[in-house]
Structure formats: C-alpha cells, structure tokens
Design a protein around this ligand. Structure first.
Ligand SMILES: NC(=O)c1ccc[n+]([C@@H]2O[C@H](COP(=O)([O-])OP(=O)(O)OC[C@H]3O[C@@H](n4cnc5c(N)ncnc54)[C@H](O)[C@@H]3O)[C@@H](O)[C@H]2O)c1
Length: 260
C-alpha cells in the first residue's frame, strides 16, 4: 500500500471482528488510521485486533451489540475518548438469515431491523454528533447491500433493513453536509465472508452465481474495503449521499437471450 490517505485519522468500524468490517479496518490502518473495532463477538474482536496489530496498527476494541442504543453510542464515545476524536465511522455489523415473507416471525423481523437499520443509526448518529462538536467534518460509510434495490427471495427483512440504510445515508448526507460531514453507503454483491459461506462454499449455486456475474467471480472483502477507503478519503471529497455498488456487475442487467 503506497498511499497513506488516513495518517492522523481516527476510524471506528462496527462489525470489525470479521469479514468486510475487518478488511475495511485493515485497509484504513494500512493507510495510517488509528482504529476502533466494535463487534458483538469478543473472539472475533481479539482475532481481528491481533491481525491489525501484527500489521502495525493502533487498535482499541469495544464489545457491543449495536442494537443496544445506549451501549452503541457509548462505544462510539469510548473510542473517541481513547483516540482523541473520530474522523471516520464505518458501520458493517450485521448478519444474514433466510426467512420467507409468509414465515418470518415478528421477533426475527425486529432483530434484523434492530441490528442493521437501528444499529447503523445509533452508531452513525453518535459519530455525527461528535464530528459536529469537533468542527473538522468527517466521513461516515454505511454498509448496505445490493438487496436494498434487488431483494432476494427469503430475505425481505434483510432487504428492507438494507434499503433503510441506503435511504438513511441520503437523509443524513442532506443534513450533515453543512458540517463538512459526508455520508455514503456501499452496496456489496456476494462477498466471500463467513456470512455468505452457505453460497460461496456450495459448488452448484456458486457456479450459477458467478456465471451470472459479468466479472465472473464473487467479491472479496478487500474489494469492499477499497471502495470504503475511497468513500472515507478526500478522494471522495465531493461525494455524499451515494450508494456505491460493489457487485461485479450482477445487478446491471438480466440475461434473457439464450447464448450459443
Ligand atoms: N458477505 C456478503 O456477501 C455481503 C453482501 C452484502 C452486504 N453485506 C453486509 O456486510 C456487512 C458485513 O458482513 P460480512 O459479510 O463481513 O459478515 P461477517 O459475518 O463476516 O461479519 C459480520 C460481523 O458483524 C458482527 N455482528 C453481527 N451482529 C452484531 C451486532 N448486533 N452487534 C455488533 N456486531 C455484530 C459479527 O460478530 C461479525 O463479526 C453486513 O452488514 C452484511 O449484511 C455482506
């Protein structure tokens, strides 16, 4: 990594104990940022923190369920107190679950919305408050999904939560631009992490998915990390309220003409 766009910056990453969140934290750290990792999993946090420290990063860890409003906001404040401020907040905490529209229970629906949409809101709101108080602007990057606009069968609750995140990014961008705070979202396609292992590790559906993907492969966490680092950096200084799709092109069109 030759570029160091985040020297002196303080970046909080939720869901930093695994997959996409960990890769984003690693990328921001590789470019100079001090990192705060927030996650539900103490084991995930310990492992991710060890990986980041081995790469030379300065890291603090915060075990939190982001669905707990008070605890999520407290973790954001705790990181800012430890690091002397906050310049970047990335929300990647989440999980996937299959449940049909007719079968999803109220409890499952609520937990999905609580973790993804509400958890994103709690962390982004507190980060925004701190950034406004600091008076130096900031960048907030929310991990949504292509399911925000292209839902899959069996994930109405996930898709609705991700659509909420994408629209929240636009709404927050609208209000926070006046403070020099940019708010953007990322819409990953299928990225090879523990969350998607049921698909990426299953030969038949995996082959069908990659065959439908113009770039012919699943995404890697580093693909999303590069996009998140771009949105968090001054390279994106005039971009706010955007949903940046990182999906190898799978949502660009429908291939209905038989080939051959
Ligand atoms: N992997 C994909 O294909 C894909 C595609 C689109 C969007 N996403 C989104 O990317 C984000 C990261 O997913 P991933 O693929 O890296 O999955 P992952 O399972 O590898 O990582 C998710 C992390 O979030 C943490 N987490 C879950 N619930 C939490 C909670 N309530 N509070 C705090 N931490 C919590 C988990 O402990 C885990 O460390 C998620 O929001 C997911 O919806 C993933």
């Amino acid at each position: 990594m030759s570029e160091r766009r985040f020297t002196g910056k303080r970046a909080l990453v939720t869901g930093g104990g695994s997959g996409i969140g960990q890769a984003i934290a690693l990328r921001l750290a590789a470019e100079g940022a001090r990192i705060g990792l927030v996650d539900l999993s103490p084991e995930g946090l310990a492992s991710a923190a060890a990986t980041l420290r081995a790469a030379g990063a300065e890291v603090s860890t915060h075990v939190v369920d982001v669905a707990d409003a008070a605890a999520a906001a407290a973790a954001v404040r705790e990181f800012a107190d430890t690091a002397g401020g906050i310049d970047i907040a990335v929300t990647a905490a989440g999980f996937a679950e299959v449940a049909g529209v007719l079968d999803v229970t109220p409890e499952a629906w609520r937990r999905m919305i609580d973790v993804h949409l509400n958890g994103t809101f709690y962390c982004a709101q507190e980060a925004g408050r701190l950034m406004v108080a600091q008076g130096r602007g900031g960048a907030i990057v929310l991990v949504s999904s292509i399911n925000a606009f292209a839902p899959g069968k069996g994930n109405a609750h996930y898709s609705a939560a991700k659509a909420g995140i994408a629209t929240f990014a636009r709404a927050a961008a609208f209000e926070l631009g006046a403070y020099g705070i940019r708010v953007n979202a990322i819409g990953p396609g299928v990225i090879r992490t523990p969350l998607s292992a049921w698909l990426t590790g299953n030969p038949d559906p995996a082959a069908a998915y990659t065959a439908m993907t113009p770039l012919g492969r699943f995404g890697e966490p580093e693909d999303v990390a590069a996009a998140a680092a771009f949105l968090a950096s001054d390279d994106a200084s005039y971009i706010t309220g955007h949903l940046l799709v990182v999906d190898g092109g799978i949502t660009v069109g429908i291939d209905f003409i038989p080939q051959g």
